[in-house]
Design a protein around this ligand. Sequence first.
Ligand code: ADP
Length: 161
Amino acid sequence: MSIAIYPGSFDPITKGHLNIIARAAKSFDKLIVCVMVNGDKQPMFSLEERVEMIRRVTADMENVEVDHSDALLAEYAKARGARVIIKGLRAMSDFEREFQMAIINHKLNPGLDTMFLTAEHQFMYLSSSVVKEMGHYQVDLSDFLPQEIIPDFLARIQERN
Ligand code: ADP
């Protein structure tokens, strides 16, 4: 069975992430979307909330599983029997860091390769942090966030104000 992992912080999941998930899921028997715990960041949504939101928006994708991990990605991939990591590339600015991580992950786990999917043009500018900034203004978010999670996002912005 071919298994790939799509790791990230997904704080929250955007339409750009969802587009990568839908495209990657077509190429593997199973795609594991894994929310990676990143100690440096103060997230907007808890780990459990992020996992639940991703489950909600991928509910109709049968071969997509959602998980979370605080392990090293190379170790997590080995434990899950995955040979491929999926990364989305938006602009050159993503490239250098992702190239470095791909080489390190391959060194840590030689059975693991990273495959890159380019962002579709309408999502090239989209990141969770840009959406968080826009949340403070009365902007229509439907081009940026999956419809199902917009109420969660707006409620969290309100709580924080
Ligand atoms: P961000 O906070 O920048 O959205 P994440 O850590 O949640 O970042 O991103 C996880 C993965 O998704 C990374 O490989 C990132 O490059 C990719 N990604 C994020 N946004 C997009 C997008 N709009 N289009 C394609 N790939 C994306």
